[in-house]
Design a protein around this ligand. Structure first.
Ligand code: C5P
Length: 418
């Protein structure tokens, strides 16, 4: 599974560092080559000797070791890796990464890399919840950092809450997922030089400061599409509503809550060559959100007045200078799937629609598979006989749907350039 992959594991100073020994073992069992940087604080928790025995390589520690610099420049360390993994990622190393500090080998390698980075945060629950850590992570996520965990549970400091580092098996799964979309070094990246915008997940429409209207969208399909476009070389912005998924590596993630915020983030991400709207945007928002928590004051349940949300897909597809050359939408239908999707394509003005059959028997909602009909061809309002091209795909995993779509997008632009 990880044969030939090169992982640069950065072990920072936290009690969870001991779990890295198990992680290294499992990575090597799967055929990955692991090289370790151990920070000075990390070396208080695990020894260079145990890491070196498990990696079968020397362990790197000091920035200004002349022999290391001669044998292996610190820039080369990150250049030689397919993925950098920071585990445990302490509050301190996350803060230093967020602000570009580079006063040791670990942070220098992190600043010098253009490879995807996965971090497994581990810290005391109050450090995790501190606004400084939240802000640092928001900044790092926006720059494409991917994280796994932390988990909730008992901590070494006798407290309970979020802060326990993810287990080695979870970190391993995140590493495999991070590398799954990666093309081998030197492989063709047909979307290089193109910009992609993808929406994903649900939106949340506030009722008052503590309540909201939303839906069950998981974001799995949209996130997979963003990752697949990025893997083909597109400079990708993923605008995501609240989801429980890690950020795909190698792209810019903008997190939003409401449909209005999602629209604004999409407009800010333009120009783009291709836009794929996979988000389940709430059709309605609450008109006049209550400024304070609504109370049960005996007067019966409140009446919620709703107003219509902007249609992000339709607004991106509207003719104009900033209209992406290719605008793709989704249509979730339970009956007359193709017929309704064809009508939706005309209504929204987009170029392609991926109609997914969400009738209960398909298990699409929240699941990992999707059954797609791709509606393409000349737009319905152009020419006299708009005969849409309908292509029905077999049931596929959402990752495979994403790969196929990214391949079709690449073929579209290759055809345009020809
Ligand atoms: O109209 P309906 O919600 O069925 O259309 C689905 C398509 O439109 C999806 O691509 C979805 O992302 C997009 N959409 C949108 N903004 C909305 C509603 C839907 O971008 N307000």
């Amino acid at each position: 599974m990880l044969h030939g992959k090169r992982i640069l594991l950065i072990v920072a100073g936290g009690i969870a560092a001991y779990k890295c020994l198990e992680l290294v073992r499992r990575l090597r069992e799967r055929g990955a080559a692991v090289r370790c940087i151990l920070t000075r604080a990390g070396a208080e928790f695990v020894t260079p000797l145990s890491l070196s025995a498990l990696t079968g390589d020397k362990v790197y520690g000091e920035l200004f070791s002349l022999t290391d610099e001669a044998e292996m420049g610190h820039i080369q360390l990150s250049r030689d890796a397919d993925l950098l993994v920071v585990a445990p990622a302490t509050a301190d190393i996350l803060a230093r990464m967020a602000h570009g500090l580079c006063d040791d080998l670990a942070t220098t390698a992190l600043l010098a890399t253009d490879k995807p980075v996965l971090a497994a945060p581990a810290m005391n629950v109050r450090m995790w919840e501190h606004p400084a850590t939240r802000d640092n992570l928001a900044l790092l996520h926006a720059r494409g950092l991917r994280t796994v965990g932390p988990n909730e549970g008992e901590m070494a400091c006798n407290e309970r809450g979020y802060g326990r580092m993810a287990e080695p098996a979870e970190i391993l799964a995140a590493i495999e997922e991070s590398l799954a979309g990666e093309l081998p070094e030197g492989a063709e990246r047909p979307l290089a030089g193109r910009r992609a915008l993808v929406t994903s997940g649900p939106t949340r429409e506030a009722i008052d400061p503590v309540r909201y209207l939303s839906n069950h969208s998981s974001g799995k399909q949209g996130h997979a599409i963003a990752a697949a476009l990025a893997a083909l070389g597109a400079e990708t912005t993923l605008v995501s509503g609240p989801v429980a998924l890690p950020d795909p590596p190698g792209l810019k993630v903008v997190r939003v809550e409401s449909a209005e915020e999602m629209l604004a983030a999409c407009q800010a991400a333009l120009p783009a060559d291709v836009a794929v709207c996979a988000a389940a945007v709430a059709d309605w928002r609450v008109a006049g959100v209550a400024g304070q928590k609504m109370k049960k004051d005996g007067g019966g349940p409140p009446q919620l007045a709703l107003s219509e949300n902007p249609d992000i897909l339709a607004s991106l597809a509207r003719p104009g200078n900033l209209r992406p050359r290719l605008v793709v939408g989704f249509a979730a239908e339970t009956e007359r799937v193709v017929e309704q999707a064809v009508a939706k394509r005309a209504r929204k003005g987009c170029d392609w629609i991926l109609a997914n059959d969400v009738s209960a028997s398909t298990g699409t909602f929240g699941g990992d598979r999707n059954t797609i009909h791709l509606i393409a061809g000349p737009p319905a309002d152009e020419g006299s006989a708009p005969d849409p091209q309908v292509e029905s795909w077999p049931p596929l995993s959402k990752t495979e749907v994403a790969r196929r779509l990214a391949g079709r997008v690449a073929a579209f632009f290759a055809g345009e350039a020809a």
